[in-house]
Design a protein around this ligand. Structure first.
Ligand code: DER
Length: 237
């Protein structure tokens, strides 16, 4: 329960600091932490009569339904490409603010929405706060790929950077997970004690034909709010 309480504290703190009456367009991330952020926005909208004009742009079907469930104004990038603030979770954050995202399989739209935002704010519990990537998150770096290309992509990533890239299989559906965009997901378990230049890795993997997006968010996060086990919030810039 401590982890969920930490997610809640981080999310509510970030919303109250970054969503003001001047915030016109807000990007909504995906996962469990962002639910607390949307609940805080809904509380301020419907209990405190604030944020009536706020437009929320989703980064997944989950975020889309979350916005509708709380009767917030639903936007999209066709009409609202200039996002003021985007708030999203992360699977891990290192000391240089490199993020691993995609644990929930929504990394492609999340990265697009985050890129459209003037400020990209990450909200997370203390288990995501690492000195270096891989310290706590052991499921590897998610990569969204075109279904027909996943084997050559696997071979090329392993040849370039070592480790093992595997297709993410569904649990309550036979076969591989299919993303909101109709693609496959791979998880690349990199070599734990090897020093990687994550900007270089992100670029190299993204350039492999058939790769749509990686879950490496390099130089994107503006601030990260970590909910700590003692109920406090630690802010990392
Ligand atoms: O899949 C994602 O990118 C999610 O944002 C994930 O990174 C965070 O999910 P959580 O808030 O449920 O931990």
């Amino acid at each position: 329960i401590a982890v969920d309480a930490a997610k809640r504290t981080a999310a509510r703190t970030a919303v109250d600091q970054w969503v003001t009456e001047d915030t016109k367009i807000l990007g909504i991330g995906s996962g469990s932490t962002i639910v607390h952020a949307v609940q805080r926005i809904a509380e301020r909208r419907w209990k405190e009569g604030e944020l009536a004009d706020l437009i929320c742009v989703p980064s997944s079907y989950q975020a889309h339904h979350l916005i509708l469930d709380y009767n917030l104004n639903l936007g999209d990038l066709d009409r609202n490409p200039n996002i003021d603030v985007s708030i999203d979770g992360a699977d891990e954050v290192d000391r240089k603010m490199v993020l691993i995202k995609g644990g929930g399989g929504c990394l492609l739209q999340e990265k697009v929405v985050a890129n459209c935002a003037k400020h990209f704010i990450v909200v997370a519990d203390y288990t995501k706060n690492s000195a270096r990537l891989g310290e706590q998150w052991c499921r590897g770096i998610p990569i969204e790929v075109a279904p027909m290309a996943y084997v050559p992509i696997k071979l090329q990533i392993e040849a370039l950077f070592g480790g093992e890239a595997s297709l993410r299989m569904a649990k309550v559906k036979a076969g591989p997970i299919v993303t909101d965009n109709g693609n496959f997901l791979m998880d690349w378990r990199f070599i734990a004690n090897r020093e990687y230049d994550w900007a270089e890795v992100n670029t190299a993997i993204t350039m492999i034909p058939g790769v749509l997006e990686t879950g490496l968010f390099v130089n994107m996060a503006h601030k990260c709010y970590f909910g700590m086990a003692d109920g406090t919030v630690k802010v990392q810039n």
